[in-house]
Design a protein around this ligand. Structure first.
Ligand code: FAD
Length: 389
């Protein structure tokens, strides 16, 4: 007999498992839930970082936090103390293990099915959903779909944040585990902004990533030599043990986030508006959505779509992306100014989408105003021109 669930979550990644752990913690009103995941097992495939603010979620999952950060551009270096708002690190390993342990310990009716690749989802005449995997067919009242988009990359975003990283262990102490290097700009990269990102976990161990902000999406094979070229000489000579690699391409300024008009079918995660336009970061945004979505499921029985950014934030991010796109040579200086401004709180809350008005003004004050005003005027010009005909 076809098994029926009140909710089926498609995909057990960050969004799917974040929602599932919130549902597992509910004292009442948890819908009967099935999570379908195509992978056979969870690998340590990524690292999530975010700024710790008073409203940040899942802070207890972080295994490391940096109390200083560094940014380097055009021969200048800025090192700032951020102990009031540390930069936190959650490994994929610990996130997946915590989620699985939470589901096992929960008394709520939530099942996780691995090796279950969803092949089709169809709406039945009774209003329910039929979900087909290679081995089974399920019926659900509601769907939360967190699978990545199948659309071609070019239709996704104004810009991309592509990165390739290696986690390595050295024989001699090489890193300062209290300082994260957020951006060490690569002046030699010309198709946008290229920089090295260094996350040291101990004097001997670090994750080093070469990251590119560009209108073009970059593949891991292209980024790997860029990373090597930015490493210190001893690492270039291969004096380390390679622990793992990671790669990602995150949409910045999503053009067509996945959405649905049917309240019983909700898209969530990176490609459903999860990625912040100006940074590509999604972890905290997904956590916030998961909390709201679980509450709504418990109280109203329906899932909540991804949370929308306030208009002013979308507007600011859009303008920032336009500046990056049209003035790529200024990009490294812009980020340097952003991270060198006096208020670490303003940076942390802005990066987590939740600045106060005062913090917002501090951000605006730190930016080169003429560049942004000119870009804003240029953005508006074609519209005015078109309207006049
Ligand atoms: C390497 C990497 C590092 C990142 N670092 C950060 C960071 O530091 N900070 C930050 O804020 N954001 C970061 N991000 C961005 C974002 O937070 C992550 O991409 C996050 O995992 C997105 O969550 P998600 O649930 O949308 O997608 P995923 O976590 O990718 O989950 C989607 C799931 O759907 C499953 N799936 C796909 N197709 C099917 C199918 N047909 N049937 C069943 N299951 C299916 C996949 O196997 C996967 O488990 C990073 C992304 C990557 C790739």
């Amino acid at each position: 007999m076809t098994k029926h669930y009140q909710l089926i979550i498609l995909g057990a990644g960050c969004a799917g498992l974040s929602l599932a752990t919130r549902l597992a913690a509910l004292e009442a009103g948890c819908p009967s839930t099935l999570i379908l995941e195509q992978r056979t097992s969870f690998e340590n495939d990524r690292t999530w970082c975010f700024w710790q603010t008073a409203d940040a979620e899942a802070v207890d999952l972080s295994q490391h936090a940096w109390h200083h950060y560094e940014v380097r551009a055009d021969g200048d270096s800025c090192v700032r103390n951020c102990e009031t708002h540390p930069y936190c690190y959650v490994s994929g390993d610990s996130f997946y293990q915590h989620a699985q342990a939470t589901l096992i310990a929960s008394h709520n009716p939530i099942a996780l099915q691995m090796q279950a690749s969803v092949m089709s989802v169809q709406k039945l005449s009774a209003g329910q959903w039929q979900v087909t995997t290679a081995n089974a067919v399920y019926i659900a009242d509601h769907i939360v779909d967190t699978r990545p988009s199948q659309q071609p990359a070019t239709q996704h975003a104004r810009m991309w944040q592509s990165f390739y990283g290696i986690e390595l262990r050295t024989h001699a102490p090489m890193f300062r585990p209290d300082t994260v290097t957020l951006m060490a700009m690569d002046a030699g990269f010309t198709d946008g902004l290229g920089f090295l990102y260094v996350l040291p976990i101990s004097p001997y161990q670090a994750l080093l990533e070469y990251t590119v902000f560009s209108p073009n999406q970059y593949r891991a094979e292209t980024l790997a030599p860029c990373l090597t070229s930015q490493l210190p000489a001893s690492l270039q000579a291969g004096q380390f043990e390679l622990l793992r690699t990671e790669y990602g391409a995150l949409p910045m300024g999503h053009l067509q986030p996945m959405s649905s008009n049917d309240p019983t079918y909700v898209y969530a995660g990176l490609f459903a508006g999860g990625a912040r336009a100006s940074s590509g970061y999604s972890f905290q945004r997904i956590q916030r959505w998961a909390t709201v979505c679980a509450k709504q499921l418990a109280t109203h029985g329906t899932p909540h779509p991804m949370l929308k950014d306030p208009n002013w934030l979308s507007w600011m991010d859009d303008l920032f992306l336009s500046v990056l796109l049209h003035h790529p040579k200024q990009a490294s200086r812009l980020f340097f100014r952003f991270f060198s401004q006096p208020s670490v709180a303003a940076i942390a809350y802005f990066m987590n989408d939740r600045p106060t008005l005062m913090q917002l003004l501090q951000i605006v004050y730190a930016m080169p105003k003429r560049l942004f005003v000119n870009e804003w005027i240029t953005q508006r010009r074609p519209k005015t021109h078109a309207n006049s005909h």
